[in-house]
Design a binder for this molecule. Structure first.
Ligand SMILES: NC(=O)c1ccc[n+]([C@@H]2O[C@H](COP(=O)([O-])OP(=O)(O)OC[C@H]3O[C@@H](n4cnc5c(N)ncnc54)[C@H](O)[C@@H]3O)[C@@H](O)[C@H]2O)c1
Length: 366
């Protein structure tokens, strides 16, 4: 008789059943029926919104549900949790879960700021549990191929990266949500900028940041339902210098008076677009366009990235979820590790401070 391997018992905190599903831990067939990925069990969920809870339970088949995540932690024998709560709840929920003895995968940003992240780092150390933060585009075929090219030295010395994620005009700020309240983890730097800056930082091999400079603008505040409580940046321009001499620059906007190139299915212009490029002395990569530009000296060739065929067409959320499950099952350190989360939040908090004070900041002094 063969015995089935034990499945990882997963609990979810916040399960808004939106377009991101439950972030890759279940996949839908052609009829829209969800099944958990191999090796995991959707044991329990905690969600305060009754409607979202009912919908998510029906959609994903969670065995039990709670409205209070602390009750879930106390009553369930979970191996790991996935935290999908609004940003301002990430720190406390992460610490509560680690202190309850479960492994944690937490949505980006891992915390509101660097100080909070240092508290999480301490909780990870005292718990001895695995900790990972969500940054799914690191797991895409294009990003994996780009990082490999960098690590193998195929791009030569990588000296710069350019990131952009822009939405046209102010549609994101029409509602009053935590996303436009800075004290609750709102603002475009920490919501979209984190994706773009982290993607380039990861692909460039996570060099050590040493200095940042930034500028921000609440350019669409006047359209908010309540401009007095609109404290978030909606346009952010960032510049980071690394120990190895490389730099990353980024532009991020919830709304900007700019349109993008028409994409498939759009009528004339795109009202949201992203672009991530890195440049080395021997080659450059446009990550989203899957383009590698290289020599010879006075000419150039443009080719596709040497991608891992098994990752092409697979959702990066699913690849990320499988990676977390594997790390839990084998007690292995995740790719999106706690020390990287600390460095990332240090960069982001220093950028926010630089924008506020309108001065460059050396990270050794931060
Ligand atoms: N990785 C990505 O691409 C990606 C995409 C979207 C959102 N996010 C991140 O995911 C997080 C959630 O974003 P969102 O837009 O889903 O937020 P949201 O405001 O919709 O909240 C998520 C869910 O948490 C529930 N919730 C709130 N407080 C709770 C509590 N105390 N206990 C239990 N449930 C609670 C809400 O009812 C909701 O269903 C944010 O940190 C955001 O940055 C990441």
């Amino acid at each position: 008789m063969t015995t089935q391997p034990t499945k990882i018992k997963l609990g979810f905190l916040g399960v808004h059943p939106g377009p991101f599903g439950i972030r890759g831990f279940a996949t839908a067939d052609s009829e829209g029926v969800y099944t958990p990925i191999p090796g995991v069990e959707l044991t329990a969920m905690a969600e305060i919104n009754e409607e979202a809870a009912t919908k998510a339970q029906t959609m994903f088949g969670f065995q039990r549900r709670y409205s209070d995540y602390k009750e879930m932690l106390a009553k369930e024998d979970l191996d790991a949790v996935v935290i999908l709560l609004p940003t301002f709840l990430h720190k406390q929920a992460t610490i509560d879960c680690l202190d309850a003895g479960v492994h944690v995968l937490c949505e980006k940003p891992p915390a509101n700021d660097y100080q909070e992240m240092l508290e999480i780092e301490q909780a990870v150390a005292r718990s001895g549990k695995q900790y990972m933060f969500v940054r799914q585009s690191r797991f895409s075929a294009n990003a994996q191929a780009t990082r490999q090219l960098v690590m193998d030295g195929k791009l030569g010395s990588v000296y710069a990266g350019e990131a952009k994620w822009v939405r046209t005009r102010g549609r994101q700020v029409l509602g009053d949500t935590w996303r436009t309240d800075k004290s609750k983890g709102g603002g475009v730097l920490i919501d979209l900028g984190i994706h773009g800056l982290d993607l380039l930082w990861y692909c460039m091999g996570n060099p050590m940041p040493i200095e940042v400079s930034a500028s921000e603008m609440p350019a669409f505040k006047q359209y908010a339902p309540n401009p007095d409580v609109y404290t978030a940046d909606d346009n952010f321009f960032a510049w980071i210098r690394f120990e190895n001499g490389a730099v990353i620059q980024g532009s991020f906007a919830f709304g900007m008076n700019q349109v993008g190139e028409k994409k498939e299915g759009e009528s004339e212009y795109s009202d949201e677009w992203q672009s991530y490029k890195i440049f080395g002395t021997e080659g450059g990569v446009d990550i989203f366009k899957n383009q590698l530009v290289s020599g010879p000296n006075n000419s150039f060739t443009v080719s596709e990235l040497p991608r891992d065929a098994s990752l092409i067409g697979v959702s990066d959320l699913v690849t990320q979820a499988k990676h977390f499950a594997e790390c839990v099952a084998q007690n292995k350190r995740p790719q999106n590790s706690v020390d990287q989360a600390v460095q990332l939040m240090k960069m982001l908090s220093a950028l926010a401070k630089s924008a506020e004070t309108q001065r460059s900041i050396r990270l050794e002094d931060f």
